[in-house]
Design a protein around this ligand. Sequence first.
Ligand SMILES: Cc1cc2nc3c(=O)[nH]c(=O)nc-3n(C[C@H](O)[C@H](O)[C@H](O)COP(=O)(O)OP(=O)(O)OC[C@H]3O[C@@H](n4cnc5c(N)ncnc54)[C@H](O)[C@@H]3O)c2cc1C
Length: 490
Amino acid sequence: MSHTPSRRNVLRGLTATGVAVIGFAPATRGWATTADADVPDLVGIPPLDGTLSTDEASLAAASDDFGHIVHRRPVAVLRPGSVRDVVTMVRFCNTHRLPVAPRGQGHATHGQAQVAGGLVIETAPLAHIGPLGPDCTTVTVGAGIRWSELAKATIAHGLTPPVFTDYLELSVGGTLCVGGLGGQTHRHGAQVDNVTELQVVTGAGEFVRCSRSRRADLFHAVLAGLGQCAVIVGATVRLVRAPQTVRHYLLPYDDLETFLEDQRTLVREGRFDYVEGQISPDSEGSFRVHTLEAVAYGPPAGPAPDDTDLLRGLRHNTSGVQRADLAYYDFLDRLAPAVAALKEAGLWAYAHPWLNLLLPGKSTPALAARMLDALTPADLGPGVVLLYPVRRDRLTTPLLRAPDDATPYLFAVLRATPPDDTATVERLLAANRAAYEVTASAGGTQYPVGSVPFTRADWRTHFGPVWPRLERAKRTYDPRGILVPGQGIF
Ligand SMILES: Cc1cc2nc3c(=O)[nH]c(=O)nc-3n(C[C@H](O)[C@H](O)[C@H](O)COP(=O)(O)OP(=O)(O)OC[C@H]3O[C@@H](n4cnc5c(N)ncnc54)[C@H](O)[C@@H]3O)c2cc1C
């Protein structure tokens, strides 16, 4: 259907250069601006509260991500002024069979939020915080809010979401669509396990509130569902009491097995509120410097930390232990100074062919040793290696695939390498693939935030017993298959 664009469309469809987007030209599958007003069969864009942009800067930004490896160019970027805009444009894209991808903070590393020839929906404008739920045990937020903003807002009321990613400048929608793992996961599960309701726009353009008791099939298809069935526009997130300060320990270990055993002891006992670990190269370039990171929350979220109690029986080196008392937010945001330094040095703009795996606990010593032996400081670049356990019984979200083992370990090789050296990037992607294959043959999985070349058949294997459920939800909620092709699942 063709119609003349209204004054509101023209005003709201302004591109950054001041040229108005007035319609979609099905014949060329492009958006038309006032300069192309005489394009035949122009379909006017529906009225929007926000803006639809086709300017070069918007399209270039949406064709890139933190990985700087994959580049797919959309035809337009929506900055929604309301949830209604998301509904409107998803319906519009359905009609014209345009692919759609929501984009939070664009911190995916392998094109997951990109969409060739389609529409990118930036969720950042969907950033409300509140209302608080009954007894202040939950808060409802817009999907575009960053975890840093949510932490600050809730801490002001003595409250906090229970689980955080290491880096806080990720969007709530972006991490809920992958899982959201952190040092608190051994206690509280992943971020997806701490959501009581989602507000979504399905691939068919229907606004739905879903939860464990209401449209549960959709709820479980969206959490850790890699954007396949719906755009998350809001989430109701569980809150717990926030500590005022925390005691933060860095405990050095010479030996991988002792490091892993002590980590496992700590997460089984729940002695600390947060447990992670890092492995760095020694002076000879071998990845043999193991640092266990553990944090105990102080009042009112926990008792006053007692060193003797907390460190009881641990077999770390006695020299080189670091201990600090930090304000709670400073602990959560502890990466901020390092990130600022990386940005200053231009290293944040490096390519990030990241490898993120979940290893079965029983095979972790052998698998981690094998992969660390093969790793060189040059292939890590100015990145880090993380290795820490989670508890399988705390992971309750069906689509967050983890090994069938009581204590899987997250193993993350967060590589950074110059983006113009494409041969090295390709070699590292192949190394990621090889590491994934070794892990999968031992019963491990990929944690899908990295850059592991994956086929559709691999995704079926990845989802295993829950694949039929995801496939059914995709058919039901995104019947034209327009959502998030960048994941390469369907
Ligand atoms: C520096 C850094 C540190 C990190 N640390 C951790 C960590 O400690 N723990 C952890 O678990 N992960 C971590 N990650 C990975 C991160 O959680 C994921 O990459 C996450 O998806 C990024 O969020 P984003 O807002 O940037 O999403 P984007 O990159 O914008 O999008 C990622 C995917 O989610 C989809 N998506 C985005 N928003 C929505 C929405 N509202 N509805 C539906 N689908 C959506 C996109 O289409 C895309 O497929 C880290 C990443 C970086 C770069």
